[in-house]
Design a binder for this molecule. Structure first.
Ligand SMILES: NC(=O)c1ccc[n+]([C@@H]2O[C@H](COP(=O)([O-])OP(=O)(O)OC[C@H]3O[C@@H](n4cnc5c(N)ncnc54)[C@H](OP(=O)(O)O)[C@@H]3O)[C@@H](O)[C@H]2O)c1
Length: 330
């Protein structure tokens, strides 16, 4: 299986990484723990060697599920998690109001202060049942805390061998550049899909020039780019897709038409699915190191892992690019 280096760190990850937001349930209309655990096992059995999670995904639930799933298999998997989003403190920048898996109101705050990062790291290690986090990422920038303080705390954790690499998510080029003044940044985690492309020539290209990996999130546009979301699909209550502009009837039809006309013949030629072809395109795109493919169950996990076996020709890559670049945002 191909492995890619995470920036200048010694981490070598598969180009498809298991994304574990949905298995936390929060903002995804609930979750099935049994399916989630067997889904992670299926991903590892199919060759995926890294899992991305975060404390905020179900207010600890996703990290606990990941911890349970990797027990006894720690040597097969790199664990990526995050800090910054607190639901149990009102220090820092108010992020947004939400409800937890129990339906109770919760206020999320962005907090990248030193003491908060050190405390969050301990909490994550405990929930995950591990003694070192492979990649520790700032989930969102916190403009109320100086970057010097945040980087100082992350470098402390590196020195103490509590973490092996440092990452940032949803940071601009300018913010990452400032981070570099205080320590290493091994990866950036921006959003990218064939429908959400603005970072490709921006922060992703910039990171490529600076030996920083780009591990992109929501590459399937939360399921839309699998072709399996039809206009009749009903999402559970609490699933964020009920309110997302890409998931209106008109936009689902627009995207499925391009998937059918342009991507399906290419997928068929590789005996691949649309989800696999979307992911194969993403991990072949310039500057993209890994794609975080979210999955809720073993079938999705196996299918997504299968993308790593597909090599698109230059002509196929360009045909998909040209077709999707015509699609305007919602
Ligand atoms: N740093 C950040 O701010 C940030 C933000 C978002 C995500 N992330 C990370 O990136 C990961 C991936 O992003 P994401 O989960 O938002 O979106 P995604 O990977 O684009 O889509 C995941 C969803 O698509 C559906 N799906 C996945 N594989 C499928 C398949 N083979 N066939 C049919 N449907 C399939 C599933 O939902 P259904 O089965 O319900 O349709 C799944 O939950 C997350 O899990 C998380 O680790 C990070």
């Amino acid at each position: 299986m191909e492995l890619r280096q995470i920036g200048t760190s010694d981490l070598m990850a598969t180009p498809i990484v298991f994304g574990s937001w949905a298995i936390g349930g929060w903002l995804w209309g609930g979750t099935d723990d049994e399916q989630a655990i067997t889904g992670i096992h299926a991903a590892l059995d199919a060759g995926i060697n890294a899992i991305d999670t975060a404390p905020a995904y179900g207010m600890g639930h996703s990290e606990r599920i990941v911890g349970e799933a990797i027990r006894g298999r720690r040597d097969q998997v790199l664990v990526f998690t995050k800090c910054a989003l607190r639901w149990d403190s009102d220090e820092g920048l108010h992020h947004f109001d939400t409800v937890n898996n129990e339906g109770e109101p919760v206020q999320l705050y962005r907090n990248l202060r030193r003491d908060s990062i050190l405390w969050e790291c301990e909490q994550s290690l405990e929930r995950l049942g591990i003694d070192c986090i492979d990649l520790y990422q700032c989930h969102w920038p916190d403009p109320t805390t100086p970057i010097r303080e945040t980087m100082g705390a992350l470098v402390e954790l590196l020195d103490q061998k509590m973490i092996r690499a440092i990452g940032v998510s949803n940071f601009t080029r300018e913010m990452i550049d400032e981070c570099l003044a205080y320590g290493p940044v091994h990866c950036s985690q921006p959003k990218f899909s064939l429908l959400t492309r603005e970072h490709l020539d921006g922060v992703i290209a910039w990171c490529d020039e600076h030996d920083i990996a780009s591990i992109v999130y929501s590459p399937l546009e939360q399921g839309l780019l699998t072709g399996k979301v039809t206009v009749d699909r009903e999402f559970n209550e609490g699933d964020q897709r009920n309110d997302k502009p890409w998931f209106t009837r008109e936009n689902i039809e627009r995207v499925n038409a391009v998937l059918d006309e342009v991507m399906r013949p290419i997928a068929d030629a590789h005996e691949a699915t649309l989800a696999q072809t979307t992911l194969a395109w993403t991990i072949a795109a310039p500057g993209i190191t890994c794609a975080l493919a979210g999955a809720r169950n073993p079938d999705q996990a196996r299918e997504n892992a299968g993308a790593m076996a597909i090599a698109l020709t230059d002509e196929e890559f360009e045909a998909i690019r040209a077709a999707f670049w015509q699609i305007e945002g919602p």
